[in-house]
Design a protein around this ligand. Structure first.
Ligand code: SF4
Length: 662
């Protein structure tokens, strides 16, 4: 193993134990399984059966159903019987929180049970408790007593189990000792895993979910390392980002978290949690997984040492070149080079709106910092904050306060005329210009105070290639800022989103980017980004789609905040209102509140625990009733749902988080 995976320089699946879930085998190199979860009331047998069938028909290989109490757990029998009667043998999973009794019933009926170690035995009161080692050991014994019966039932019935830790619902005990950390998440699962192993029970899958992809990725990496160190082996991993939300943001967040791990061969089954119908999650899962069906890796130089920590975020140190690098937020470069004749109207797509009446530009929160125009100079006046990048032939003679050249690495070395302040230099990582272990060009550029490196790779393992190059920069103490450049060859919006989010998101999560530039293969067209029957934000054209995606990636990796953040649960049988409709309603009135995090959660049983670091929470607390939170504190209880959105706005106003829409 290399640090936390089989290889950081070539695609290889992590070796895990084989787990049987009904007739389905998981782990040990079996294909990455895709799964989802129903949103119907578990007591409504026919609705749950019908929805499960829709998920199976869409391609789900496992379907999870909530069992909040004994009666729902018992009703899993009727659901399972009906599905089997109709010829569907897909394994079912019971989702358990707080109720060991329900788990013990479900484990006798369905193929797998999921327990949350944060609330299986412990009840969360958000208390800080000081334990002595002896008291802590006593707590573990209390868990052993309550958890062992379930382990024995699973063993007897051949039922698999997922020990599913959620960042938002760590127990007070874990929080008190380990804090709100990746380490706390790992220990939370390990406590349960050790008990299961003591019973010689190994039919186990683990997960480390969080709504923050950074925390989630670090926790999975740490879990793999911890399991190998303690047991010399690893159990299969279920990957997911919780409460990812809907539309493009939900897909991007999920793809960054799940995709970052899949890139390193980690993950045996995935679920993309979207606040949408569960069958819509499956195509996204499949798009994520298909990237690894026939992986070919270009050989990269081996790591002798890792110059960054994969378990802890720290931005790579760079110096500032103009507005790029050092502590400045990553810049966004919009690639408009494929437009034959760029006009002021095209700038609307990248955040600049020109009003001819007032002769003024309005600049949005998600306005690109640079545009790349290829060989074109523009024949209209630009907004003052926007700068232009062109190839050197076009740049010669252009206004050097607005225009900056983009050189090939060899071109820059040979150039007689360079910009005095800012030059962009392409570095194609481990391809023609920088073959393995030949860093001649890099050495010529190293630490030139005018140079921003634009890293790209056409290798199949492009993320690994760029990551290896960034590591090389760090090892050589080269501190030029780095722009991450990625082209998509996708054909659909999801393929583009997943490609961009995985390739660049993984690098931003490790602190590697000072800028982002997303582009397309030459044949990409507007049709590629038109959205049918989805809750994506509407986009005007491919350039707006790309620009939005770049800002969404920065938002999801928490490197540049440009909009409101929504943490909404995917809903399940516990949900007390129409989550999709409500999320859309709340989004419509709050989507101008840059940086505010709003959680929209279906139930008060799990919602408050799961809404992680939201600033405000809108949580279903009974039929037609909503409870509003400020951070983890209840501020308005059981508000009528008819007026709850207005009350949420009042709450935002009372707390200085509201501004009127422009
Ligand atoms: S928070 Fe949402 S998904 Fe989680 S249990 Fe409650 S309703 Fe279900």
């Amino acid at each position: 193993m290399q640090f936390y995976c089989e290889s950081l320089t070539g695609y290889r699946r992590l070796r895990t134990r084989e787990v049987r879930i009904g007739d389905l085998l998981l782990g040990n190199g079996h294909p990455i399984r895709v799964q989802t979860m129903t949103t119907t009331d578990t007591m409504d047998t026919m609705a749950t059966v019908e929805q499960t069938i829709r998920c199976i028909e869409a391609g789900a290989e496992l379907v999870r159903i909530t069992a909040p109490s004994k009666k729902e757990a018992e009703n899993l029998q009727a659901i399972r019987d009906e599905l089997r009667k109709r010829g569907y043998n897909t394994p079912l999973i019971a989702d358990i929180h707080f109720t060991p009794n329900a788990a013990e019933i479900a484990a006798r009926i369905v193929e797998k049970v999921r327990v949350n170690p944060g609330n299986y035995v412990d009840k969360k009161k958000f208390e800080q408790i000081e334990y002595t080692d002896a008291e802590y050991a006593e707590e573990i014994e209390r868990i052993r007593e309550r958890f062992t019966p379930l382990v024995r039932i699973c063993k007897e019935h051949g039922t698999a189990m997922r020990i599913g830790t959620n960042h938002g619902s760590l127990s007070d005990r874990i929080m008190s000792r380990y804090g709100d950390t990746a380490n706390g998440m790992v220990e939370s699962a390990m406590e349960f895993l050790r008990i299961a192993r003591d019973e010689n029970f190994h039919n186990i899958v683990l997960s480390m979910k969080s709504s923050n992809p950074q925390v989630m990725v670090q926790a999975y990496r740490l879990l793999v390392k911890t399991m190998f160190e303690e047991f010399g082996e690893c159990y299969p991993l279920h990957l997911g980002v919780t409460e990812a939300g809907d539309g493009e943001d939900g897909r991007i967040k999920s793809a960054i978290g799940i995709g970052t791990l899949l890139e390193d061969g980690i993950g045996d089954t995935i679920r993309v949690s979207l606040t949408e119908d569960p069958e819509l999650e499956i195509p996204v899962c499949r798009d994520l997984v298909k990237r690894y069906m026939a992986p070919a890796s270009t050989q990269l130089p081996a790591y002798t040492t890792l110059p960054y920590s994969p378990f802890e975020y720290q931005r790579r140190k760079s110096f500032a070149v103009d507005i790029i690098g050092a502590k400045q937020v990553p810049v966004v470069i919009a690639d408009l080079s494929k437009i034959e004749k760029i006009t002021s109207a095209h700038l609307q797509s990248v955040g600049y709106h020109y009003d001819a009446g007032t002769d003024k530009w309005t600049i949005g929160d998600a306005a690109a910092d640079f545009i790349f125009t290829g060989h074109q100079l523009l024949d209209f006046a630009l907004p003052g904050t926007l700068k232009v990048i062109t190839y050197p032939d076009a740049w010669e003679g252009a206004d050097s306060t607005t225009y900056f050249p983009l050189f090939a690495a060899s071109g820059f070395v040979q150039a007689t005329h360079r910009h005095a302040k800012l030059n962009f230099v392409m570095v194609d990582c481990y391809n023609d210009e920088t073959p393995i272990n030949d860093y001649t060009h890099l050495d010529h550029l190293a630490n030139d105070p005018t140079v921003v490196l634009c890293l790209s790779s056409t290798n199949q393992n492009a993320m690994q290639s760029i990551r290896r190059m960034v590591a090389e920069l760090m090892l050589r103490d080269i501190k030029n800022p780095v722009v991450l450049m990625t082209d998509s060859q996708g054909h659909t919006p999801d393929e583009h989103l997943i490609h961009f989010a995985t390739e660049t998101g993984a690098l931003f999560l490790d602190g590697f980017g000072d800028g982002i530039c997303l582009g397309y293969a030459a044949n990409a067209s507007m049709e590629n980004v038109q959205v049918k029957g989805r809750t994506y934000l509407p986009v005007k054209d491919i350039y707006q789609f790309t620009n939005n995606t770049a800002f969404s990636i920065l938002q999801a990796t928490r490197t540049r905040i440009s909009k409101t953040e929504y943490i909404s649960c995917p809903s399940c049988g516990r949900t007390l209102f129409d989550l999709q409709e409500t999320t859309a309603r709340i989004r419509a009135v709050t989507n101008h509140l840059k940086g505010v995090k709003i959680a929209i959660m279906g139930c008060i049983v799990n919602g408050p625990g799961e809404m992680a670091d939201a600033d405000f929470g809108y949580v279903g607390s009974g039929p037609g009733k909503i409870t509003l939170y400020k951070n983890k504190e209840i501020v308005k209880r059981n508000v009528d749902s008819e007026v709850a959105v207005d009350e949420l706005i009042n709450l935002l106003k009372e707390n200085g988080a509201w501004i009127d829409k422009a």
